[in-house]
Design a protein around this ligand. Structure first.
Ligand SMILES: NC(=O)c1ccc[n+]([C@@H]2O[C@H](COP(=O)([O-])OP(=O)(O)OC[C@H]3O[C@@H](n4cnc5c(N)ncnc54)[C@H](OP(=O)(O)O)[C@@H]3O)[C@@H](O)[C@H]2O)c1
Length: 332
């Protein structure tokens, strides 16, 4: 039975209060010395959070009535590690993906993440930039490399081989990472669909064909530009239009085309993401400048999370991530 008077339980309950709720800011500072010894678990790390961000999942979950610390993206320094973690040590600069819907999310001074979804931040990447990377980059990587089975950047499509890929919505944060990964994998041509974000997509200088979903026939434009078939499609937007357009340009014989939607197909387990054992490869790509973060804006401290989440829910943000610096939070 739970002993409610034990110092460990009291500390754990204080820890739970280090959270942000969309409708009310509940922050309580706790000296690290009071952190309960069972946090983190054996295969987890405890991160002293320096920056975090907002993702569409945060408002979608909040709208569904789930009150919790929503953030899954953190960057900061390792505070402590579980007993089975050998690769990280206190003080390491890292960014991490928190396990969705678990306790101890990243809108807080301290957050927990599996060591397997934590990667080092090289010195050329700021904490604010680093906080915008984990969830988007890993979502795009899982889509391309787990679901679509596109050749990975370390064993790319051989030079001279045609390997068309269509990413629907490359101006989105997830779509932009998919575009960058497709380029690292030497996919060609890379076809993308965007609107207001077209100048941003052009600035990345890796999309071969850009179709404007606001003008004319999207299907006609894709077919005219493609001159052949596309068999690998990733759709981070996943609305009615995107599906109609995609189904009109892939062969519908049921076995050649591979389409990955942001909504997991039936029967696919998203967790644990075994392939993300390779997540540390992201550090190398960032360090060498082969992978860059999405553009971002720091809105303030945790008091700005409600504003940022609302902007995302109103679809008022184009081609950028919204980040927060914990030390900018009033009272911290
Ligand atoms: N962020 C994540 O880490 C994450 C993780 C898992 C799942 N998801 C899901 O993935 C989806 C995208 O998330 P995100 O964070 O990448 O969103 P985001 O960056 O906020 O997406 C905004 C972009 O979506 C583009 N867009 C909107 N409607 C479009 C359409 N009909 N056709 C083409 N592009 C369109 C817009 O491009 P234009 O400016 O060109 O109009 C806009 O720039 C959401 O459903 C989200 O829940 C996101």
């Amino acid at each position: 039975m739970r002993n409610y008077s034990s110092p460990e339980v009291q500390a754990a309950e204080n820890f739970e209060k280090l959270i942000f709720r969309t409708s009310s800011l509940t922050l309580q500072r706790m000296p690290p010395g009071l952190l309960p010894s069972r946090i983190p678990k054996d295969d987890e790390v405890l991160i002293k959070v320096i920056a975090t961000d907002s993702n569409p999942k945060d408002w979608k979950t909040a709208n569904a009535g789930e009150w919790m610390n929503q953030s899954d993206d953190s960057s900061g320094t390792i505070h402590s590690t579980g007993s089975a973690v050998a690769k990280f040590h206190a003080g390491d600069r890292v960014a991490a993906l928190h396990r969705m819907w678990d306790a101890h999310g990243a809108h807080a001074e301290f957050a927990v993440a599996p060591a397997s979804t934590t990667f080092r931040l090289p010195p050329n990447i700021s904490f604010e930039e680093g906080a915008t990377i984990p969830l988007c980059a890993m979502t795009a990587a899982l889509a391309l490399y787990q679901h679509l089975k596109i050749p990975p950047p370390w064993n790319p499509v051989p030079k001279g081989t045609r390997f068309p890929v269509l990413v629907y919505g490359e101006a989105s944060a997830v779509g932009a990472f998919a575009l960058k990964f497709a380029n690292l994998s030497n996919c060609n041509p890379i076809i993308n669909i965007a609107g207001d974000g077209i100048p941003f997509v052009e600035s990345l200088n890796v999309a071969d064909i850009i179709v404007d979903y606001r003008c004319g026939s999207v299907v006609g434009q894709i077919k005219a530009a493609l001159k052949g078939q596309v068999l690998h499609v990733f759709d981070p937007i996943s609305n009615k239009d995107s599906w109609e357009h995609i189904l009109a340009v892939v062969p519908l014989d049921g076995h050649r085309a591979h389409i990955n939607s942001i909504n997991a197909p039936r029967g696919v387990s998203l967790w644990p993401p075994e392939e993300l054992r390779e997540v540390r490869y992201v550090t190398l790509l960032l360090e060498e400048g082969k992978l860059t973060a999405h553009p971002f804006e720091v809105l303030g401290g945790l008091e700005a999370v409600e504003r940022g989440t609302t902007l995302l829910s109103e679809k008022a943000v184009s081609s950028k991530e919204l980040a927060y610096r914990i030390s900018d939070t009033p009272g911290i």
